[in-house]
Design a protein around this ligand. Structure first.
Ligand code: ZN
Length: 323
């Protein structure tokens, strides 16, 4: 136990639990609000995300995105709240996977993203896309939206309180906020495996969230939490988990991590050699076998999750702005 820095989430100055060092940062746990945070507490900026673009799979085709299950949960919840033409803002909209799905359900969706190329591509497809930080937008468009969604963004922010207050300001009274973050109490980490960076460490993720910590953040921003719970492991996520766990590292060493993850991107960079083509074929064959095996054991895995209370990798919360 050590005093450590003041908690950037709740402001608590009491003793903190020192967790470990990670990539030039110290990780702390706040005993007051239950959030894990790093010191220094600073988002690395857009250039970092440009350099690590391969960490972000395309979400444009929702059916191929292993994270689209949180979209399913959000849309099921939002379906009950939608009025014709209701406006929705997806914060950190990326390639627009959720925007497409929300539009198909009758919402008038807008997005916010700091990546100019992605914003431009979505504008060309007819979406209204804002750039910059959410607090800046809140100053320009108060009470403009019926719903806000923030998937896998909060853990990257160095001013989450400001963004949550901005979310409240952007919502109409009675408006809905849906949040998805990595669950620090997860039983398995689908994104971990040999040869992969720990993406939950800073400067990538600055905070670690449990259900009580996330509920506390929402309450401090003036929201009434409707639900806050871990989601399970849908089949695509289990597939990803087993693929990552059983990485041999051979193809990674031969081709580079980026090329394995995004073979199509690598192919665009030049003609692959016959050795590279052979390794890619072997990787594809291994993944096909793994995918088939995962499908076969999935019902057993689900039963084990229920029986043993295994917590999912994503924490899902819905909250309401008081009306
Ligand atoms: Zn705290």
């Amino acid at each position: 136990m050590s005093f450590g820095p003041a908690c950037p989430l709740c402001g608590g100055t009491g003793p903190k639990v020192f967790v470990r060092e990670a990539r030039g940062h110290r990780l702390w746990d706040c005993r007051d609000c239950g959030t894990g945070f790093c010191d220094p507490f600073q988002n690395p900026g857009p250039a970092y995300y440009e350099r690590n673009a391969d960490l972000y799979s395309s979400t444009a085709r929702a059916e191929t995105d292993p994270m689209s299950f949180e979209y399913d949960e959000a849309l099921a919840l939002l379906r009950r709240a939608r009025a014709p033409g209701a406006r929705l803002l997806d914060v950190g909209c990326g390639d627009g996977g959720f925007l497409h799905r929300a539009k198909a359900e009758g919402w008038a969706p807008s997005g916010l993203d700091f990546n100019p190329a992605r914003a431009k591509a979505l504008r060309e497809r007819g979406f209204e896309i804002f750039d910059g930080a959410l607090p800046e937008l809140a100053a320009r468009a108060p009470a403009a939206f019926d719903a806000l969604t923030i998937f896998q963004v909060l853990e990257h922010l160095d001013a989450p309180n400001d963004w949550l207050r901005a979310a409240s300001s952007l919502l109409k009274p009675g408006g809905l906020l849906v949040v998805g973050v990595p669950n620090r109490d997860r039983t398995f980490d689908p994104f971990q495996g040999p040869g992969l960076d720990v993406i939950d460490d800073p400067p990538h993720h600055l905070t670690r969230w449990s259900a009580p910590a996330l509920s506390g953040l929402l309450a401090r921003a003036g929201f009434r939490t409707l639900e806050c719970r871990p989601l399970g492991y849908p089949l695509p996520l289990l597939r990803l988990m087993l693929r990552n766990t059983l990485r041999l590292g051979l193809a990674t060493r031969a081709l580079g991590v980026e090329q394995v993850r995004h073979a199509s991107t690598a192919a665009a960079k030049g003609r692959p050699s016959s050795r590279q083509r052979l390794i890619r074929s072997l990787v594809s064959a291994k993944e096909a076998v793994l995918d088939a095996a995962t499908g076969a054991v999935y019902p057993l895995f689900q039963a084990a999750c229920r029986a043993r209370g295994w917590q999912g990798a994503v924490l899902f919360a819905a909250a309401k702005k008081p009306g």
